[in-house]
Design a protein around this ligand. Structure first.
Ligand code: ATP
Ligand code: MG
Length: 634
């Protein structure tokens, strides 16, 4: 299935039309799907309660659109290509016909174990094909999936299971990630001591590690498959039936259980996938995210499969067995579209350009970035050493709550600028507001990024706590969805995300987004990555504290600091010069790879006693090291 938009002129026309006639615009796109019953009303909304309903009265099953409708035309085409952690293990290729069979079988296993429409199912699996199959099997029977990233701890897993009251857990004996094996069944067992709602646990054999199986509760995946056939009639659900719950990354606080529904999410992920990446029939598309995050839900599973694409799933990590793994996989399968994160790009940059340059990667046509602002240096590195200056980069800005990409170039169609997400997609109406909520018109301006009109892929609530949803996103500015991000609209009207508003640093009355200062610091040839925060300062109000990771340990730290200051001076101005610069070996990140600046802020403020919710923190040791270094600096 082809992109709808193929030229910039057409983008502008479609955009205009989508703003003037949003209902007609989205109805026209929704028509192309398989519905059991068409909707009565395209859109019903208010941002006060908030209440948003798309395609109300419509009935469907999303898996008929992901699978059944492709069978005739592209049944034998690969739907999923799976590349294992260990390059010497065999890969797996599932055609649309095979994927359909597997989804139906697992759907029957769920039904056989008492899971029905509306029940919540927790999925805690490594990046294996069964993970994608599990999402779709739940959707097939109208059960609501809640995927928990396979690297989370027992406590984080238990909290998520309990928050959404899951009835069943799907997990594996253990998982492989790089050189490590993680005993995920053992971790799940620990979580299960405090999850009263779980009745059954389905266990996949992945590593062959011995695990303990609790009689009456735990079932082997392969045994259960022997008990079912592959006939499964998809359950009909309403367009507004919840499809899944997914917890946010926890960068800014306790993770929120974001709820997405069926019809709008389907229309939006398919539309954005086809148009942003300009997917052409037969191409191999690879998104390196984990399905435990929204990017994996929308752009490994739903978007690509709805569009009839071939989607690649990778079990491992970018540096195993060596830092050339991504490039090797691109060559192995002739990947055409590659979608990754700034954190992955920066970490691979540290190994030097010689590594990607060993590979031709001629198949690459489009590159994508998501998750954090991409600094200009990393953007250029990606462009030169991966894309060889012939692949457009789509810097896609969006959030778990959004369901799909909101602001991004369309590959090869929209102009690009390093660090810029550029323009809103059709149907997306961003506004910048000042701190009083007044809309800032015109170009060459900066403000708090909000959306003033709903789009089909947006979330509907936070699970079990609608008030939290209202408070968090809709109460700051009346009648607007507030993203929490700061944003600049330049003279030409292009959008650039400046980082989280809560992280904005105010030095003597000058406001700086974190992305802006980090971008300048990262220009130093020896700096791989940096994070800046503000801390109280007697004269300036706030001063800037920078944490930097170097490629090589600096021989002379004083000189490094002077050079970083020069770089900031040149790019932004002396006012943005960090007061303190601390060289670190790592930064506190969420398990989805985002910097947790709130922890760094506490350390900069000298307040290390209570670091807040750290349940999604990847590496607590890094925090200890930074604390020790910060003390020495004082
Ligand atoms: P929490 O909401 O729990 O604090 P989180 O916001 O990190 O966690 P996600 O939904 O995974 O959870 O991330 C969305 C955020 O990621 C956005 O609000 C934005 O700050 C950042 N982001 C994502 N993509 C981009 C991008 N292309 N450019 C700049 N920032 C981005
Ligand atoms: Mg967020």
């Amino acid at each position: 299935m082809q992109p709808d938009i193929t030229s910039f002129d057409e983008y502008q026309k479609q955009y205009q039309y989508s703003v003037e006639n949003p209902e007609a615009f989205w109805a026209g796109i929704a028509e192309k799907f398989t519905w059991r019953k068409k909707w009565d009303e395209v859109l019903n909304w208010n941002f006060r309660e908030p209440k948003v309903e798309w395609f109300k009265g419509g009935q469907l099953n999303i898996t008929e659109n992901v699978l059944d409708r492709h069978l005739e035309e592209r049944g034998d085409q690969p739907a999923i290509i799976w590349e294992p952690n260990d390059p010497d293990e065999s890969n797996i290729v599932l055609s649309y016909i095979e994927l359909h069979i597997k989804v139906c079988q697992l759907a029957n296993v769920l039904l056989r174990n008492g899971v029905t429409k509306g029940d919540r199912v927790c999925i805690y699996l490594p990046m294996v094909p069964e993970l994608a199959i599990a999402l779709l099997a739940c959707a097939r029977i109208g059960a609501i999936h809640s995927v928990v990233f396979g690297g989370f701890s027992a406590q984080a897993l238990a909290d998520r299971i309990n928050d959404s009251g899951c009835k069943m857990l799907l997990t594996a004996d253990a998982s492989y990630r790089g050189a490590k094996t993680s005993p995920i069944k053992e971790i799940a067992d620990e979580a299960l001591t405090q999850t009263p709602t779980i009745e059954k646990v389905l266990v996949l054999r992945r590593t062959g590690t011995e695990v303990s199986m609790t009689e009456g509760r735990d079932l082997w995946w392969h045994d259960e498959l022997n008990e079912v056939d592959s006939d499964n009639e998809a359950v009909t659900v309403d367009a507004e039936h919840p499809l899944f719950i997914l917890y946010t990354s926890g960068s800014t606080g306790k993770p929120k259980g974001v709820v997405h529904t069926t019809g709008g999410y389907m229309v939006y992920t398919d539309y954005t996938f086809r148009n942003v990446f300009q997917y052409q029939q037969g191409e191999i598309y690879w998104c390196t995210a984990d399905i435990g995050w929204i990017t994996g839900h929308s752009y490994i599973v739903y978007g690509p499969l709805l569009a009839g694409a071939t989607t690649l799933m990778f079990e491992g990590v970018p540096t195993y067995p060596d830092a050339g793994r991504y490039w090797e996989v691109i060559e192995k399968y002739g990947v055409n579209i590659f979608y990754t994160s700034p954190t992955a790009i920066r970490s691979l940059e540290a190994f030097g350009p010689e590594i990607p340059e060993k590979f031709e990667m001629k198949s690459l046509r489009v590159l994508g970035s998501v998750g954090e602002p991409i600094n200009e240096e990393a953007w250029h590195w990606y462009d030169e050493h991966v894309g060889r200056k012939r692949c457009p980069i789509v810097d896609t800005w969006w959030q778990t709550e959004n369901g799909g990409i909101l602001i991004s170039p369309l590959a090869g169609i929209t102009p690009t600028k390093p660090g810029y997400a550029m323009l809103p997609l059709p149907g997306v109406q961003p506004v910048l507001v000042d701190n009083e909520g007044k809309i800032i018109e015109g170009n060459g301006v900066e403000g708090n990024l909000c959306l003033k009109f709903p789009w089909p892929g947006m979330f509907r609530t936070t699970w079990g706590d609608h008030e939290r949803c209202r408070q968090n996103y809709f109460a700051t500015y009346p009648n607007l969805y507030f993203t929490g991000d700061g944003c600049k609209r330049d003279k030409e009207g292009y959008y650039r995300i400046m980082g989280r508003v809560d992280d904005v640093i105010n030095v003597s009355g000058h406001r700086f987004g974190t992305a802006e200062i980090e971008n300048a610091i990262d220009e130093h040839p020896n700096v791989i990555e940096s994070a800046v925060v503000g801390y109280p300062h007697d004269i300036k109000g706030q001063a800037i504290y920078a944490y930097v990771i170097c490629e090589h340990h600096p021989e002379n730290e004083t000189q490094l600091i002077a050079e970083i200051n020069q770089s900031v001076n040149k790019i932004i101005g002396p006012i943005a010069r960090p007061e303190k610069i601390q060289v670190v070996t790592g930064l506190p990140k969420t398990r989805s790879g985002k910097i947790m600046r709130r922890i760094l802020r506490k350390i900069a403020e000298g307040e290390t006693g209570n670091l807040g919710d750290t349940s999604t923190l990847l590496d607590p040791e890094v925090v200890e090291e930074i604390k020790a270094g910060a003390l020495k600096l004082k």
